[in-house]
Design a protein around this ligand. Structure first.
Ligand SMILES: Nc1ncnc2c1ncn2[C@@H]1O[C@H](COP(=O)(O)OP(=O)(O)OP(=O)(O)O)[C@@H](O)[C@H]1O
Length: 413
């Protein structure tokens, strides 16, 4: 005792249970979707040609967890039948952008360590031939899970794999593809021939509502925290924030973990709702800072312009009315202002990051649509993330009050 580090025994029984990679024994709040998913997988147990399944839904709604859960059961249950040989290979396509890369990774998944192929240098058709060979050698029923399938830029492999048998490339193996994506436009942009085979069965995972998030958080909290650490309302509050933000289980679990960490840092023995609010603030701050720091200089200028208009009560505002202020700011630091279209791209990016919001409006009866922008986040948080830009451009009078005590900053003129 008395060392620099001491084990803490107050808050967490098993903090890892709040982490993303923890696999709970059962999945809660996803009954309907899992029932459909199970039905789509049923042909495997019947020894039939498997369906190709396409899962889609926003991030953190249990697509991967649900897939792991069902496939674990499927593998166990298939083992009961002598006439079924089931092989499941999961591949995350993040970082793999071409069919070629996917195909080489798949070949290697079927080969042992000593026999791996190089991931570059072969003609594509050679790699495909190797793949058919491996698949046929393996034989039986093979399910290939392509997580984050939208990262693949060309759809050759998505066309070839489901049709390998029909095209005479396979004689033994029965292949089923499970594609997982959180990009809604991916499905719509697939060519019709790929769509019809890859998306034989489509299952959408909707965002979680607060009740479902409560179930998910309770399940993990029971494992993660010592009894009596969480006061009433803490789980409910985390779930309410989660449902309001994106209905994303991962984000809600992160919030609960951040809350637990704060309790630990502050040496308190109980976790209260106040602590949840503090934790949320810190996470938001981090998220905004990260989002903003990833933007280009013009992104910063556009955001700064919008903030000052918001402070003047001018929001929601159209991009053409943001433009003069943005142009001024750009001139102020000697940067060439972007053309309106490019400036609008930045507004689009900012709203995708959730820092600002955009609302579509109709222009009279004959007119087209346009967008109005406003600020969605706590202004002080954004300003603190923009401090470099503000230093360069100068402090605009609309925010001078906020910076009154900070004498290190130049006034914008
Ligand atoms: N119904 C659930 N019950 C218990 N835990 C869940 C449930 N849904 C999601 N989780 C947990 O939330 C986290 C994120 O879920 P998952 O990875 O399945 O999301 P996803 O939909 O695949 O998201 P992404 O598209 O970002 O990969 C994981 O830690 C997972 O265990």
């Amino acid at each position: 005792m008395g060392g620099m580090f001491e084990r803490d025994l107050d808050i967490y029984r098993n903090r890892d249970a709040l982490r993303e990679d923890y696999q709970p024994d059962t999945l809660v709040g996803r009954d309907e979707e899992l029932e459909r998913y199970k039905t789509a997988l049923q042909p495997v147990i019947n020894g039939e040609q498997p369906n190709n399944i396409f899962l889609y839904g926003k991030t953190g709604v249990g697509k991967t967890a649900g897939t792991r859960f069902l496939l674990d059961h499927l593998i166990d249950d298939a083992a009961q039948y002598d006439d079924i040989k089931l092989t499941v290979k999961m591949l995350n396509c993040d970082g793999l952008s071409s069919s070629y890369q996917i195909a080489t990774r798949l070949v290697n998944k079927f080969r042992d360590e000593s026999n791996q192929i190089s991931t570059t240098g072969y003609p594509r058709s050679t790699v495909y031939d190797m793949l058919w060979e491996e698949l046929d050698k393996c034989g039986g029923t093979i399910l290939i899970v392509l997580d984050e399938v939208d990262h693949i830029n060309d759809d050759s492999i998505l066309y070839q794999l489901p049709r390998a048998r029909a095209n005479g490339n396979l004689s033994n193996a029965k292949i089923g593809i499970i594609g997982i994506s959180n990009d809604f436009s991916f499905r719509d942009n697939l060519s019709p021939k790929v769509k019809s085979s890859l998306c034989e069965e489509e299952i959408q995972f909707p965002a979680y509502d607060a009740q479902e998030l409560i179930q998910i958080l309770r399940q993990r909290a029971d494992v993660a925290f010592y009894d009596g650490v969480l006061t009433d309302g803490v789980i409910e509050l985390c779930a309410a924030y989660g449902a309001k933000d994106a209905g994303d289980a991962r984000q809600s679990l992160d919030l609960l973990m951040k809350t637990g960490d704060l309790a630990r840092d502050r040496d308190t023995k109980a976790i209260t709702e106040d602590l949840v609010r503090d934790a949320r603030n810190e996470l938001e701050r981090g998220r905004i800072r990260e989002g903003i720091s990833g933007l280009t200089q013009h992104g910063h200028l556009v955001l700064y312009a919008l903030i000052t208009l918001d402070r003047e009560g001018e929001t929601p505002v159209r991009s053409r009315d943001i433009r003069p202020r943005y142009t001024n700011f750009a001139n102020q630091i000697g940067a060439d202002p972007l053309v309106p279209r490019r400036m609008r791209d930045h507004l689009g990016e900012l709203s995708m990051l959730g820092i600002i919001s955009a609302v579509e409006r109709n222009e009279g009866r004959r007119g087209g649509t346009y967008r109005e922008y406003s600020v969605d986040m706590d202004i002080n948080m954004i300003l603190s993330a923009l401090d470099e830009t503000i230093t360069e451009v100068g402090v605009h009078e609309s925010i001078a009050g906020i910076f009154a005590e900070d004498t290190t900053l130049e006034r914008y003129t």
